[in-house]
Design a protein around this ligand. Structure first.
Ligand code: ATR
Length: 280
């Protein structure tokens, strides 16, 4: 068995072991996937010990995605743009870091939700690690316009500046905005802020939505509820982050094993599992 794990803090509620166990079973890959809890001041050492024990790679979740990027000696282009990694592969030639979050998001929007991004107007709310991972792959999908809105405008501006060349190469009108000057009636709105998690109000005005807008929160379960209820109440189509979670995992599995697992049955199984666990 080749060993992998999800490294984070906290990590006990991660659904990644469930997802990767299903992928391994469906593809007949000899993969064992667990959880790797890391002390806040001990991410690098914990992952090095894991690799030294013969493991082949790991996923990385909050709050270590920037540390994971720094720990690797080789990086994919999309990880470099994000300056953050959610996947490490422990290659003998030097650890390789990738970021599959954005590709997972785009795949979930375009394939699972059947909303093509090309030519569309897209709003990305947030400029932290989650938004940084999403921006490059969103640009590669060639929307007509992409606005990155954030409470702290400077952070959105820095993210936009880092992606300016990619935006130009893909003919995307890319700009940064503060939360109160975003614009109106987007086709796709992605919430990549931690606002729902903190129980804070919805960070943008409902005018960003139009009937039928796809409004996706990267969270799932109760953390996504407030944003999804708000979106649906204003005529949009709400979507949580579970599809993105399964798709980013499939991209990681592909990177490690060279095989892309079928995601639809795993997403359904995960939805069923979480529905069964919901508090009554
Ligand atoms: P992550 O890695 O999950 O993206 P992060 O790097 O801490 O986490 O980023 C959190 C994002 O949520 C940021 O865009 C943050 O805005 P700031 O850059 O201004 O801090 C945003 N955020 C957090 N709480 C928020 C709130 N109550 N309202 C609006 N945005 C919020």
């Amino acid at each position: 068995m080749d060993r992998y794990a999800v490294a984070g803090n906290p990590v006990e509620h991660s659904q990644s072991p469930f997802i990767h166990a299903r992928f391994a079973q469906a593809t007949s890959e000899a993969v064992e996937y667990g959880r790797l809890w890391c002390p806040l001041d001990g991410f690098a050492q914990t992952v090095r010990d894991f690799a030294a024990s013969g493991a082949r790679g790991c996923n990385v979740t909050v709050p270590f995605k920037f540390d994971a990027y720094a720990l690797a000696s080789r990086h994919s282009e999309r990880a470099t743009l994000a300056q953050a990694a959610n996947v490490l592969r422990f290659d003998a030639a030097g650890w390789f870091a990738d970021n599959t979050d954005g590709a997972g998001l785009v795949r979930d929007i375009e394939r699972n939700a059947s909303v093509p991004l090309a030519g569309q107007r897209v709003l990305l709310i947030g400029a932290g690690g989650a938004a940084a991972g999403a921006l490059g792959p969103l640009l590669l999908a060639r929307p007509a316009e992409l606005v990155v809105a954030n409470r702290t405008l400077d952070k959105a501006a820095a993210l936009v500046a880092r992606h300016a060349a990619l935006a130009q190469a893909n003919a995307v009108a890319l700009r940064a905005a503060s939360l109160d000057a975003v614009g109106e009636a987007f086709d796709v709105v992605v919430n990549a802020t931690a606002s729902s998690l903190k129980g804070a109000p919805i960070p943008v005005a409902p005018g960003v939505l139009r009937p039928g807008t796809l409004a996706l929160d990267m969270m799932y379960g109760p953390a996504a509820r407030g944003f999804l209820d708000w979106a649906i109440a204003h005529g949009a189509t709400g979507r949580d982050g579970l599809g993105m979670l399964v798709e980013q995992a499939a991209e990681a599995f592909l990177l490690w094993r060279g095989v892309r697992p079928d995601t639809a049955p795993v997403l359904q199984a995960l939805r069923d599992k979480l529905a069964g666990e919901a508090p009554r």
